[in-house]
Design a protein around this ligand. Structure first.
Ligand code: ARG
Ligand code: ZN
Length: 536
């Protein structure tokens, strides 16, 4: 955005300097100043100081992999979404009420918002000016917001969302955000698709409370995270009132609207699980989802109590070969709901959802951990042989791969094999070194220490070292950061033996084929000789 010098100083759209000066003049000095009656001059100085201190919130939070995501200058406390759905081809109408706290004085600040049309914006009850630039929604409060102040933004918006280009998959053209298929709508946002249906601080570092009132025509159901508190019958439509108890990252919000079949399971301990099935789902897949209570029980035995107040699955009809660990209720592409993936997504409830990445470069803390927990689920549900087969297969496939460093990835490799295949092996190396008991204690206390917060890879290495009582970095750094994966001699021998056997089988096959060919050639030669006229 190009601003003239005075406008630029005040951070206002062109021509709005007068309004800003009037607004600033009425700003009160913050509380907590020295206990002396300020002179008129001192008061004016304080006001001027505050005006000078207020500044624009940053337009991004500087994520190394998803650089446009997030914003600076404030901390969101809660999102309350009201959304009206008619059909996948008709516009959504929505209002988002966002409560936030200013981290410094704010003359303006940004939200991430991509696609839909903004109708009105109010900040603390007063109309606010806004401008849009790509995914940045820039908001100018009528007067600067003081440092530490709580404020409320209400945004009315609408339209037909058409997704956000996914910058993280190695295949082009895949979209994230608000998606639809077969007349059903689903939100699948990782890493930055939430801005497609909700103006937000679209970065995992700013977790906030979330609630929603979703209205849809009968007979459609509208599902989101947390607990369904109430269903209001409006005649032709219904409003589903949802709220989630714990803070969540924006990419962990999901919404699903469709004519779902609802399955309620009650576990032996009395806990309820709710699955929502797209009508397009095959019966065999429902069987896998029905295993969720057992999956949770096993995960709890490894990593401590399930962290949230509700649990279930959304089995969508999206043609996506992926699933997403949306908080309390993961969402699955059609065909992705297999047992190992269901275990993986629920393991994320601890690793990713309860404890979230500080930024996307810490993705190993999500995917490496969720995948290793899914392996451990197999170990407990199916036995040590099944587990050994997985670990061996992973090591074997990574042994000669170069540069698959789970601790250092790019946007295009953050959901690739370095994180999903070599990533879990890092944890296996730790477990082999410290033993099962210490390893489990490391996972549990990690979840307790960083519950509902954020952490980075360095935090984990430090934590694991403190639980082990010695520095585990010399062991784990090569697994995380070396171009070449460290060696496991026992597996190497097994691989070599397998390779030798394979080579011997091949050589035998080749020799047999050569013998057959020679025999055939001899026969043909004999036949040809028979057909030749005999001379003389
Ligand atoms: N976190 C998801 C999972 O583990 C992967 C989602 C990747 N998809 C994407 N569009 N970037 O299973
Ligand atoms: Zn995952």
């Amino acid at each position: 955005m190009q601003l003239k010098p005075l406008d630029a100083f005040l951070n206002l759209p062109k021509g709005l300097a007068c309004l800003a000066l009037a607004a600033c003049a009425s700003t009160r000095a913050p509380e907590g100043r020295p206990d002396v009656a300020p002179s008129a001059e001192a008061g004016a100085q304080a006001r001027a100081g505050e005006l000078a201190a207020a500044r624009p919130g940053a337009a991004t939070c500087g994520d190394p992999l998803v650089p446009a995501s997030g914003n600076g200058g404030y901390d969101v406390q809660s999102y309350a979404l009201e959304l009206r759905f008619v059909s996948v081809d008709e516009p959504l109408e929505a209002t988002a009420r966002i409560r936030a706290r200013a981290l410094h004085g704010l003359t303006r600040f940004n939200l991430d918002f991509y696609g839909l049309e903004v109708r009105t914006v109010q900040i603390d009850g007063a109309d606010a000016l806004f401008e849009r630039e790509g995914q940045e929604l820039v908001l100018w409060p009528a007067k600067p917001i003081a440092a530490e102040a709580n404020f409320e933004v209400v945004i009315a918006y609408g339209g037909v969302p058409s997704g956000v280009e996914d910058s993280t998959l190695p295949v082009p053209g895949v979209k994230i955000g608000w998606l639809s298929a077969e007349g059903e709508a689903y939100v699948f946002s990782q890493p930055n698709g939430a801005m497609n249906f909700l103006p937000c601080n679209d970065h995992p570092s700013d977790k906030a409370l979330y609630s929603a009132r979703l209205t849809a025509p009968k007979p459609l159901l509208a599902v989101t995270n947390g607990v369904l508190q109430e269903t209001i019958d409006n005649g032709d439509t219904r409003t589903f009132v949802w709220s989630a108890r714990d803070p969540m990252a924006t990419y962990l919000i999901t919404i699903a609207v469709g004519e779902f079949e609802v399955e309620e399971l009650v576990a032996q301990d009395g806990r309820k699980y709710i699955n929502y099935y797209s009508p397009k789902l095959r019966a065999s897949q429902r069987k896998s989802f029905a295993k969720t209570p057992e999956i949770i029980e096993i995960l709890e035995s490894i990593t401590g109590p399930y962290p949230f107040e509700s649990c279930g699955n959304i089995a969508s009809c999206l043609p996506l070969p992926a699933a997403l660990e949306t908080q309390t209720i993961p969402v699955y592409g059609l065909g992705s709901g297999v047992e190992s993936v269901i275990a993986h997504e629920h393991a994320h409830q601890w690793f990713g959802d309860l404890v979230s990445v500080a930024d996307w470069s810490d993705i190993w803390l999500n995917e490496g951990f969720a995948e290793y927990l899914a392996w451990m689920y197999s170990e407990r549900a199916k036995g040590p042989e099944a587990f050994d087969k997985i670990v061996y297969g992973a090591y074997r496939s990574m042994r000669n791969a170069k540069g698959n460093t789970p601790g250092k990835v790019t946007a295009r490799s953050m959901f690739g094999s370095s994180v999903y295949v070599r990533g879990p092996l890092v944890l296996h190396a730790l477990r082999l070194d410290v033993g099962d008991e210490t390893f489990q204690r490391t996972l549990r206390s990690w979840c307790e220490k960083y519950a509902h917060g954020n952490a980075n890879i360095a935090n984990f290495l430090e934590h694991a070292s403190s639980v082990a009582g010695r520095d585990v970095r010399p062991l784990l750094n090569p697994w995380l950061y070396d171009e070449q994966i460290p060696r496991w001699p026992a597996y190497d021998e097994r691989i070599d033996a397998e390779n030798r056997e394979r080579d011997a089988r091949r050589a035998k096959r080749d020799a047999e084929k050569a013998a057959r060919d020679a025999e055939k050639a001899a026969k043909e030669a004999a036949k040809a000789a028979e057909g030749q006229p005999k001379d003389g």
